[in-house]
Design a protein around this ligand. Structure first.
Ligand code: SAM
Length: 283
């Protein structure tokens, strides 16, 4: 588990909820009346933030009353957004305990503790029974996952037949060798990037089918460039997800952009489905 601890320590240590509350107040937001819209600049903790979650949600067949799993839920912005938008239940799980603590407290702050539940754990070993969920997603998590076969097999196990599974990530680009630090690793340790075609191959051998693969690099590059331009003008928002990246944030954002531009990374969104009928070898 040494690697799991290193990954968790990389993402978040200490009282993340206190950090968010303190920054919220500095930005003039009253925590007592905070809304999920006001939390959005911080709690959609992935490239392009909230707009990327909305685009992913637009592509997912979620129905009212569904139970959805968010694997690597971070501090819970996407889970709260989906639960609120679709009137569904979302269970989030994340390897970083301070994020799970913040996710639960932020949900309580906006009165959503009944519809979104968070647990600390590893996506490679999910603490849920089989066929429990109508759909699942993992947004910008798999860059840190050493055993994708296990991670996807666990997702497959907890999904009902016919359920969707969606993944967004920075895949390994044609050129490879990304510059560091990047959001998921300071120096390359704990990073397990794979080429998008290889990720699809793992999902396929896990049993998923009906793939929709979308390259998202151009959009992410534009997003990073917009953030860099604002920072250079001294106009970066006080309340933004950079607070979770620490003092390396400017360098991290520049590297993330450069990596896409130089085809060292290749961001991608993949949506696929668990078949209604098990394959012959899965009966
Ligand atoms: C970039 S953040 C994304 C958080 C969230 N998905 C979002 O989009 O707001 C990556 C997250 O993946 C989590 N993570 C990394 N490896 C994991 C694993 N094996 N199981 C569960 N969570 C993991 C990290 O703790 C971190 O919260």
């Amino acid at each position: 588990m040494a690697d799991a601890n290193a990954i968790s320590d990389h993402w978040g240590q200490g009282d993340i909820y206190a950090l968010i509350l303190e920054t919220m107040k500095s930005a003039g937001i009253d925590p007592k009346s905070a809304t999920i819209e006001q939390l959005a600049p911080v709690d959609h903790f992935h490239a392009r933030g909230f707009p990327a979650t909305v685009e992913l949600a637009d592509a997912l067949p979620v129905r009212e009353g569904d139970r959805i799993v968010d694997i690597g839920c971070g501090i819970g912005g996407p889970a709260r957004y989906l639960a609120n938008r679709f009137r569904c239940q979302v269970d989030g799980i994340d390897i970083t305990a301070p994020f799970v603590d913040a996710a639960s407290k932020l949900s309580a702050l906006v009165g959503m503790e009944e519809t979104v539940k968070f647990r600390n754990g590893d996506g490679q070993q999910l603490p849920y029974s089989g066929e429990a969920f109508d759909g699942g997603y993992t947004q910008h998590v798999t860059m840190n996952v050493p055993d994708r076969d296990l991670f996807f097999a666990e997702a497959f196990r907890v999904l009902k037949p016919g359920a969707f599974f969606a993944l967004t990530e920075h895949g390994l680009g044609e050129i490879g060798s990304p510059y560091h630090p990047v959001p998921w690793s300071k120096d390359g340790s704990g990073a397990y990037l794979m080429r998008p075609a290889d990720t699809v191959a793992v999902l396929e051998r896990t049993g998923f089918k009906d793939f929709e693969v979308t390259e998202t690099g151009d959009k992410y590059l534009q997003g990073y460039k917009a953030a860099i331009a604002l920072a250079e003008k001294g106009e970066a928002p006080v309340f933004g997800s950079h607070i979770l990246l620490g003092n390396l944030a400017p360098q991290i954002v520049r590297n993330a952009a450069r990596n896409i531009e130089e085809r060292r990374t290749q961001p991608v969104q993949i949506i696929c489905y668990k078949p209604l009928e098990p394959r012959g070898d899965q009966r």
